[in-house]
Design a protein around this ligand. Structure first.
Ligand code: 13P
Length: 263
């Protein structure tokens, strides 16, 4: 039996002050006895305050990215060891935005190389997180042009193979996968629930092939991409969708609590 999980990815939104206010409101709205696992991934700076605020609740604090080395000459980076000190439970890796793949491009095209996360770096990040007993939330998904070219399954299979290479089946038990079609992120174009289910089932099947059926059946697979309270119930009721990775709608504490309750 897979426990439902709803993750809020705040991306580069909310100062520390704004983060505290948002979480205080969210905690008032969300059912403390809910059986749904909830993780909020704020910007790094807000992690210590939110950890303190959420200490006696069922809501966990996550991070949006990590660097794979424990320490060293890596200007601007944050390691799993540093996150561990603040009891970070989950860390997003391989998000399309850190891969430099945007559904709605608001930065100049010639800056995309700045993001440039690859299958190899995602694999290193996952290993660094597992070493610290933190749960990676691995994002996979195709762009609009890849979908139109009929490459959805091939793209996702390659992303899974690259990210998960060298891992043992046992290491996958704490890992979470998220299907985030790039064209649905921040665009308002949610993937139709039947299609999201089809792709999530495909992802579970690939994990079964790469590892084993038991791991695949225990793995939590989230859907992300323009999730709102108006579509979350239908998405989360699909048999292979175990919850959501929510961007924009997680910034509104009332809306986010409705999404959590729908799970
Ligand atoms: P939106 O919910 O804003 O589409 O973002 C989804 C996402 O990228 C979550 O990681």
């Amino acid at each position: 039996m897979r426990t439902r999980l709803v993750v809020g990815n705040w991306k580069m939104n909310n100062t520390v002050t704004e983060s505290v206010a948002a979480v205080e409101t969210f905690v008032q709205h969300v059912d403390a006895k809910s059986s749904v696992d909830v993780v909020i991934c704020p910007p790094y700076l807000a992690i210590p305050r939110l950890r303190d605020l959420l200490r006696n609740t069922h809501i966990k604090v996550g991070a949006q990215d990590v660097f794979w080395a424990e320490s060293g000459a890596f200007t601007g980076k944050v390691s799993a060891k540093m996150l561990d000190e603040f009891c970070v439970s989950h860390v997003i890796v391989g998000h399309s935005e850190t891969r430099g793949r945007f559904g709605k491009l608001e930065t100049p095209e010639n800056t995309l190389g700045y993001f440039a996360e690859s299958g190899a770096t995602i694999n290193l990040k996952i290993s660094a997180l597992l070493y610290r007993a933190m749960s990676p939330i691995l994002c996979v998904g195709e762009t609009a042009s890849e979908r139109e070219a009929g490459q959805t399954e091939a793209v996702i299979r390659t992303q899974l193979e690259e990210a998960l290479t060298g891992l043992d089946a046992a290491e996958l038990y704490g890992t979470v996968l998220a299907y985030e079609p790039v064209w649905a992120i921040g665009t308002g174009n949610t993937c139709d629930s039947a299609e999201a289910q089809r792709v999530c089932k495909f992802i579970r099947g690939v994990v079964g092939e790469l590892f084993d059926e038991h791991v695949a059946s225990e793995l939590r697979i989230l859907y992300g991409g323009s999730v709102k309270s108006s579509n979350s119930r239908e998405l989360f009721s699909q048999p292979d969708i175990d919850g959501g990775l929510v961007g924009g709608a997680s910034l509104d504490p009332t809306e986010f609590s409705l999404i959590v309750m729908s799970a």
